[in-house]
Design a protein around this ligand. Sequence first.
Ligand code: PGA
Length: 255
Amino acid sequence: MRTPLIAGNWKMNMDLHSARVLVSGIVSELPAVADKVEVAICPSYVYLFPMAKAIAGSPLQLGAQDLFFESAGAFTGEVSAAMVADTGARYAILGHSERRHTIGHLEDDWMIHRKVAAALAASLTPILCVGETLAEREAGQTLEVVTFQLVAALNGIKPAKASDLVVAYEPVWAIGTGKTATPQQAQEVHAHIRAELRGLYGDLADEIRILYGGSMKPDNAAELIGQADVDGGLIGGASLKPASFVGIIAAALAS
Ligand code: PGA
């Protein structure tokens, strides 16, 4: 039985005041999730400490949007996995498509692999993002691309337990565009990811959560999360307003 995870990826949004207002709005509208759904927020690095304080005593958990794979040294501007863990964060989003493709092509699969290893070594749970571009989907390469990204990132990585790893399928063409994968398109790729995970980790694969990300909203969340291999969502735009984020959490609770 996989507990759905709803994680809000705030990206480079919010200032300190609006972040506090958002968290208190989410906490006050949050239905009783108990152990039925896990909820995390992933603010900018600079707000991890104040958000750790803001969510204290609530069911919300904390995640970072990235980390650097080296443990210390002359890496100006970078943040290590241990530094992220020091804030109280449990998760780190790794290999997000904006970092792979948009921000100056910063990330390659080797770097993402090293980040996954660094996160696990610091007892953080990676939310490893994979997904195809529109050109790759149109060329019929979706499953191949996803397999390559997954295997490259996880090669030689052995999570001790299923909860040590989360995968997010985020079709690049659906991120921030308002275009969502159909539930059938999502399920096809999620089932493929689970089969690849089974090849890597055997039966542990049945317990590893695979999130969908890409224009998930309260009105499409139930159908997406209702798919057999969709175990929650990585939410961008809709995580920035209490009503829409909580609406997605409610859909996950009902799934
Ligand atoms: P979106 O972003 O929900 O705004 O499409 C999802 C993501 O990039 O993680």
